[in-house]
Design a protein around this ligand. Sequence first.
Ligand SMILES: [Fe+2]
Ligand SMILES: [Fe+2]
Length: 285
Amino acid sequence: MTVQPASPAVARRLQLILQSIDRIRPLSTSVTRVLNALSSDTAGAGMIAELLGLDPALAANVLQAANSAYLGYGPTCTNLQEAVMRLGFARIRTITMGVAASGSLNHSLPGYRLATGDLWNHSVSVAMAAQWFARSLGFNNPEDAYVAGLLHDIGKVVLDQFVMMDYNRLYEYAFNNRVSFSKAETMVFSIDHGKVGGLMAKKWNFPMALIEAIGGHHQPWMVESQPRLAAVIHIANALAPMDPAMMNRLGPRELLPEALEILNLPAEKLERLRVSMVNFLTGGG
Ligand SMILES: [Fe+2]
Ligand SMILES: [Fe+2]
């Protein structure tokens, strides 16, 4: 990622932003242990269950998912090992990352004018839309799109304090130049919340595809290894159902043609997919 600050003042602020990323809390030990075990070739369901059991929030979320009526399982599952076997490692990874992220995503962000719960609701909605698009477009592992969707705006958590100090300048820049807020961030800060989130994901040692999808969700064409995942997050961010009040606060969401090109997706097909996705996610049939 090339970052070129325009002036010494911008360079100084960029340095402060990068220092804030450096100071973010590491993931909890229990989350890290579960994620490491899931990526190792040797851990079985028993060991994963044991590690999940050390963290009450993780254990509760896994059991809740295993008993989700949506999945149509029969008898109630109260045993973590059985839950791991029912759900599979990919789903356990998704749940673990979701639990890890939910704490940070559930705060209010005064800089972005987001109330408590707003960013979490938007993140879950984008995650579900991203997984839906990924599945419809034949991705091998749509669960990856869920995780990337859930975490795509995590950078806002760090950038919020800087946005708060410069809100008028950012807003005026976006309004006068008719560009997205993320573009205004790039102009004012030399970095946007996507790239900030990518750097946070890197610090947490997340997989490269996830780092890139978070980092490039507003510029998927800049992503080197898996631009398709970043492009799916871009379209999910633009099209996921959103509370109208929050839509007003966030301003227009951009859908760039480059994202459709990466996915080789004609606009008419995207519109058909969008309608099906909204129906699916809002229970409209
Ligand atoms: Fe974003
Ligand atoms: Fe977003």
